[in-house]
Design a protein around this ligand. Structure first.
Ligand code: SF4
Length: 489
């Protein structure tokens, strides 16, 4: 290997007026109404670390973190001499803007090979290849393919690299076979945080800074029909060893003074014993970090919750999805009982861990009555935050296939797939039903104060506000209930 090829990884700026997280929702991207979070581009940091270890030059330009708009980004890119390879991250919800940026980059760097990452283009690489500025779509985890790709680019052997789609010399599009998910995560070097503006990253739910995100495991075998995570990380659970995780935590604490961590594992406690071990070691090493993780309710016990609390876990993100057992079982959460959900939320509260409950409205077989059940469950959980999102058929999921087969898809523009827009219907609920359901739920939750719990701290103010809210809540619930009862049998 020459060691001379230079790669630029680019996290493009957000589209004007929007704040997004491209790597959320299984790398399809999520919208944010406030500037509540800015996460490091973890896969680029991993890929950079691999290049560094192997003597390649690279640069990561995280435009949102560096406060660069498109002009600033292009200026910065123009100043970099002869990059061989430029990789740009994309998401479904930012794709039109990402493509404008990519075209502008290609105009300035005609001799560079342009690659893209992102789940939508991984599923539909042909969509990317329609754009002549794009040469390669990286459909697998970039950190595991980057070395092979550079070698193949040097030797003109792209046909040997699994997990990519590329434009051949004669202009034809070649889609190589899928790549197996790499198992040995411990072989990865730690992400190249030293090449990122670590102090700029933040997350409102973990206010202590410096803040970073971390993956201790990847993949999820549960196959929930709507879930986009397996597209980005596969449906095989792969984990780093406890030693490797602790070593990285110790490194970021010592080197960058990291004080809080969002574990971005899809199911952090999938192996409950391993999760306990990580907690024990965090305590042993006196890492003194605060952290949040996402997991399933059936992968938690009172004992584990207590350990997590002691080890610095401040909040748990739990996908409840529905309050209707039949829907839960139909979407892939067969083992999850309503009683378990209630027990876990209560147990988390008892040990002092905050909870965020995620629900979806509009799943297959959903009715107005089942939406009501979800709402009632949400209220009863006494979670610190509740979020209802509207069903989204992410391309590549089982739900997308079902929706396509049944002609349920109302909007085919993936940049509208932001979990807020109504983009599909079902046989039982129209698009308008979903809009009304969301409106009723939002009205009720606001009035119930579930959104407002955190600001209701001063006791006097709290009791006064609660009185007013409970009157409004009763009215909002009555209207919601009338809408539910209007449902045709
Ligand atoms: S358990 Fe969670 S991460 Fe796994 S498939 Fe279901 S929703 Fe996705």
């Amino acid at each position: 290997m020459s060691g001379k090829m230079k790669t630029i990884f680019i996290e493009p700026p957000f589209p004007p007026g929007l704040w997004v997280a491209r790597d959320q929702a299984g790398k399809f991207g999520t919208l944010s109404s406030s500037q509540d979070a800015l996460f490091p581009p973890l896969d680029f940091a991993y890929a950079g670390a691999i290049l560094e270890k192997n003597g390649f030059e690279f640069e990561i330009i995280d435009a949102p973190a560096l406060n660069l708009d498109w002009k600033g980004l292009l200026h910065k890119v123009s100043k970099i001499r002869d990059p061989s390879f430029i990789i740009v991250n994309t998401s479904a919800i930012t794709l039109p803007y990402d493509l404008i940026i990519i075209n502008a980059i290609k105009k300035r760097k005609q001799d560079s090979v342009i690659g893209v990452t992102g789940s939508l283009l991984s599923v539909w690489p042909e969509m990317a290849m329609k754009n002549p500025s794009i040469d390669i779509v990286i459909q697998s985890e970039v950190e595991f393919v980057i070395l092979e790709l550079l070698k193949a680019l040097e030797n003109d052997r792209l046909k040997d690299v699994n997990g990519i789609t590329y434009r051949d010399d004669d202009g034809s599009i070649v889609r190589n076979p899928k790549r197996q998910w790499d198992l040995n995560l411990d072989e990865l070097p730690f992400p190249a945080y030293h090449r990122l503006p670590v102090k700029r990253y933040h997350y409102d739910r973990l206010p202590r800074r410096p803040f970073i995100t971390m993956l201790t495991s990847r993949g999820c075998p549960y196959n929930c029909i709507y879930c986009p995570y397996p597209i980005a990380y596969g449906n095989l659970w792969r984990a780093r060893s406890c030693e490797n995780v602790i070593e990285e935590l110790q490194y970021v604490v010592d080197k960058f003074g990291v004080k809080s961590v969002l574990f971005k594992d899809q199911v952090f406690t999938f192996d409950m014993k391993r999760a306990e071990e990580i907690c024990d070691r965090i305590l042993e090493h006196k890492l003194n970090i605060q952290w949040i993780c996402e997991t399933r309710v059936d992968k938690l016990s009172e004992k584990l919750l207590l350990k997590m609390k002691k080890a610095g876990c401040t909040e748990l993100h739990l996908g409840v999805e529905s309050g209707d057992p039949e829907i839960l079982s139909a979407i892939g959460k067969r083992g999850v009982k309503i009683d378990t959900i209630k027990r876990v939320f209560k147990a988390a509260k008892n040990v002092g861990i905050k909870t965020v409950a995620f629900f979806i409205i509009g799943l297959p077989n959903e009715t107005r009555h089942s939406i009501w059940k979800s709402y009632k469950l949400a209220i009863g959980l006494n979670a610190d935050h509740v979020q209802f999102t509207i069903i989204t058929p992410y391309p590549g999921t089982k739900l997308y296939e079902i929706a396509e087969r049944n002609n349920w898809i109302l909007c085919r523009d993936p940049s509208e797939y932001n979990l807020r827009n109504v983009v599909m219907r079902t046989d039982k609920l129209s698009g308008e039903d979903l809009i009304q359901a969301k409106k009723h739920i939002d009205n009720c939750l606001k009035a119930q104060g579930v959104y407002a719990q955190e600001i209701l701290k001063p006791p006097l103010l709290a009791s006064l506000v609660k009185k007013v809210l409970s009157t409004i809540a009763r009215k909002a619930e009555r209207q919601f209930r009338i809408w539910v009862e209007e449902e045709e049998p």
